[in-house]
Design a protein around this ligand. Sequence first.
Ligand SMILES: [Zn+2]
Length: 210
Amino acid sequence: MHVETLIVPPLDNNVYLVVDEASHQAVAIDTGLGSREILAKAEALGAKIVTILNTHGHADHTADDAPLKSATGAKLGIFEVDAYRLGRNAKESHWFLPAPPPAVTADLLLKEGTTVHIGNTVLETIHTPGHTEGSCCFYDAADGILFSGDTLFAGSCGRTDTLGASPAKMKASLQRLARLPPETLVLPGHGPSTTIGRETWIADLAYPVI
Ligand SMILES: [Zn+2]
């Protein structure tokens, strides 16, 4: 398994291209405004994008879901309780986007424990509400990698003061992630990577995270 990190607009979003080398199949984790870059990278690697996964429904992460889906025919997955955001994003203006993203619907409504297979690579869905009600992480246990979206960043976590967010649920979600093996590589939705072992603060939270 090979992971490419692309940093794309509109908010320096980290987009990950996870390539299963045996099958040359790939999954894109979030899209931002990066569909052209993602397609070019996949082509350079000789990989076919078969699945697009959203870590949550905020428009800076989902903006290019529709163009990437139509260019690749990939199936789009998002945690079930965040799926409504895809339709809502298309109807609202966003200060960080030139125009609302085109409407798109999910093909895969992910639940806690849903596994997504890309060749021999398995990504397990971990529901981590707090930043949004349907935020989730994708965990590759075999390779020890966690795609953490806006739940866990290096040294901090996603904001919990917007619609659908919950400081109390963020606390519980971070405490849950703290139980993963310490060597787990954390690849977040913004900013640099880290490891679970380096983020010792997430195990020691005494109060809801605001
Ligand atoms: Zn977000």
